[in-house]
Design a protein around this ligand. Sequence first.
Ligand code: HEC
Length: 202
Amino acid sequence: MNDRTNTIFGWVLASCGIALGANIVAGIYFGGGEAEMPENPGYIIEAAEDGAEVDAGPTFAELLANGSAEAGQGVFARCAACHSVEQGAANGIGPNLHGVLGEAIAANAQGFGYSSALSGKGGEWTYENMNAWLERPRGFADGTSMSFAGLGNAEDRANVILYLRENGGGPDLPEVVVEEVPVEGEAAEGEEAAAEEEAAAE
Ligand code: HEC
């Protein structure tokens, strides 16, 4: 190895060092290269192509507003093995459910031995809590003694909740929020613009 190659190696090494150093310094000054997230990441897809509303299904409030306690009585057949619902009826494997809506969680039925999972939960049986509980009891109160997988169908849940409400009352039903349907004209304008673009491309 002669002096010249040594010098070349020296310069190569030195520039590596400088590049690394610059990188580290940049990292310190610019916060490790972590870009800040925008407030609304991603694209916002506004309306379906033909201006039709994107159907996310009815909200829980809508299901309650349009549901029926009568249908709920049918759903309650799945609960009746463990629960009574008439006023003053005996507790079964589960507590009597008369008037449970709006009451404190795990406090409605006299003389029932609630699990600590449910009695330690706190709060009241609001419609939201009841909906979450009935969808997946173990998700709501991990360790609950209610061995019931849950009602996967939102309509079933709304109807059985209306049935519970008919048996002992409950708070006012949640208000249905009416969302504004996207204006049709806007979608039409979009189509017009697309047609113009197509024409221009030809
Ligand atoms: C296999 C028996 C069983 C079935 C089926 C069952 N439950 Fe329960 N349920 C229980 C038990 C046990 C508890 C007490 C849970 C605890 O203390 O952790 C309970 C608790 C509850 C509570 C809380 C009551 C309170 O006083 O806070 C509600 C509400 C409830 N069940 C509703 C229902 C509904 C509605 C259904 C049907 C969709 C149903 N359950 C199906 C056994 C059952």
